[in-house]
Structure formats: structure tokens, C-alpha cells
Design a protein around this ligand. Structure first.
Ligand code: UDP
Length: 245
């Protein structure tokens, strides 16, 4: 289902050229449609990974909405000659959805991240968005034997939106594998969102986000992630080469 946006192909993955407002509007339509939809937030790292991971690529192709998360995705679209109005970061999309949730009655389930983090993110959400309904939380460290119980917990709490923070591509694969059992209108893979909400990880200051340097801030703050930076030049090179072809 693709109601209004252009889909822009970047390294074989179609990304929706939406603004934040359009993305929010679209998620609301998906909630109303109740069709177990998947929303992905595609940054450079995810798009690069999808060139080698067919399962991930297929999941992204089948996703109802793929938003341009990250300066790299917006840059790539522009480089390839497409319109891409703005960056729609997963973290920001979650905040926008939570903002309207109390008046719309949308219920959330927070699944993923280290023990206690999803609970802290819940407390923070209740503080920031009074009246919001967070109907359950579950940390993201589990083995296969735990899965039936996790699925039952999510299903029985009947959220409208399931946020899965297990990292890429685990969250996308998990959501795709279980979407029919879960029977949740909209599931979104949200990476490190709960860590930021819980205050464990900081978001880059606004000026750095505007300068398109959030990736650099993250690498500085979590040196363990610095290795992941090589994905950026690789992504740029692949996009440039794909244009030449
Ligand atoms: N995580 C998890 N289960 C796992 C592996 C990771 O719940 O088996 C969590 C981790 O604690 C963190 C999130 O997944 O909260 C991944 O965050 P990251 O910023 O690395 O996300 P990405 O950049 O992969 O979207």
C-alpha cells in the first residue's frame, strides 16, 4: 500500500519520499487499516546492508512505509536526481506519533534494548506525553525459547503501534517473521530510540543534526560504534557507481 508518496530507489531499495508530517499521516492510515504493517527507517547503513542481505532487502521491499532516516539517505536520493523533502529520523517519528497518541488513543508496546531501558523510556514517554498509553514493555535480550511468551505478551496487550528496538537487521527480521502472529496494526524498527529516551545515549545537538553530522556525534560518543563509520564512504561510493550505471 502506498497512498501518496513517490518511492525512490536507492541501491535497489525503495524509500518513500515523505516529509515527517506525511509519514505521521501515513502511519495513522496504517493503524486504521489494521493490516499488520511494517514501517522501516532506512539510513545509509541499512541500505548498504540490504545490498548484501537479501532477506532484509525483501523485507524492505514489502514494508508499507520506508522513511528516509539519516542525512546519507537524503543525500543519495538527491544525488540520483530524485526529490526527497527532508530527513525523517526514526527517533523523531516516534516522538511525533507519541505526541498525538493521547488525543487519538493510540496504544504503544515498547520491545527491545537492555533490561530496564524500555521501562525507563516508558516513564519518560508518560512524562513527556501525559495520557499516553504504553500497554507493555519487554527487553530485547532473549532466546528462541522465550519467543512464544514474548509474542503472547505483545499480542495480548493489543497495541496499535509496536516499537521494536533490537538493532538492524534483527528488528526488521523479527517483525517480518512474526507479524501475523503478533497481529499489531503497525510495527516499527526503531534501533537506539529507547536508549535515547531513557537518557542512556544522547542525540546530537540540533546544530550538528542540521550540519548533517549526527553520525559523527554518535561515533564520538560511543567509540564502539566507530567501526560502523566505514559504512558511510562505502555507501557513498556505491550510490555514485549506481548512478554511473
Ligand atoms: N538490542 C537488543 N537486542 C539485541 C541486540 C541489540 O535489544 O539482541 C538493542 C540494543 O540494546 C540497542 C538497540 O538494540 O538498544 C540497537 O541500537 P543501535 O543504536 O545500535 O541501533 P541501530 O543503529 O542498529 O538501528
Amino acid at each position: 500500500m502506498n497512498l501518496m508518496s513517490e518511492r525512490v530507489e536507492i541501491l535497489g531499495v525503495k524509500v518513500d519520499a515523505v516529509t515527517m508530517a506525511q509519514a505521521v499521516n501515513f502511519v495513522e492510515k496504517l493503524i486504521a487499516a489494521k493490516k499488520n504493517s511494517i514501517v522501516a527507517t532506512a539510513n545509509a547503513e541499512m541500505l548498504l546492508r540490504a545490498t548484501k542481505d537479501v532477506e532484509l532487502k525483501n523485507i524492505l521491499s514489502a514494508a508499507e512505509l520506508v522513511v528516509p532516516d539519516g542525512a546519507g539517505t537524503v543525500w543519495a536520493a538527491h544525488h540520483l536526481g530524485y526529490e526527497m523533502p527532508e530527513r525523517v529520523a526514526g527517533f523523531d517519528l516516534v516522538q511525533e506519533l507519541m505526541k498525538i497518541a493521547p488525543s487519538k488513543g493510540y496504544k504503544f508496546f515498547l520491545f527491545g534494548s537492555a533490561p530496564e531501558i524500555a521501562d525507563k523510556a516508558k516513564v519518560k514517554a508518560e512524562e513527556l506525553y501525559p495520557g499516553i498509553k504504553i500497554v507493555g514493555t519487554r527487553n530485547g535480550y532473549f532466546n528462541v525459547d522465550d519467543e512464544p511468551e514474548i509474542i503472547a505478551q505483545i499480542k495480548n496487550s493489543q497495541p496499535d503501534i509496536l516499537l521494536a528496538a533490537l538493532g538492524v537487521p534483527k528488528q526488521e527480521k523479527w517483525l517480518a517473521a512474526h507479524k501475523n502472529e503478533l497481529n499489531v496494526p503497525v510495527s516499527i524498527g526503531v534501533g537506539g530510540t529507547f536508549d535515547v529516551m531513557a537518557g542512556v545515549v544522547k542525540r546530537a545537538p540540533k546544530w550538528m543534526q542540521r550540519a548533517k553530522l549526527e553520525w559523527l556525534f554518535r561515533a564520538m560518543l560511543q567509540p564502539s560504534r566507530a567501526g560502523r563509520l566505514v559504512a558511510l564512504p562505502k555507501f557513498v561510493m556505491k550510490v555514485v557507481r549506481s548512478k554511473k550505471k
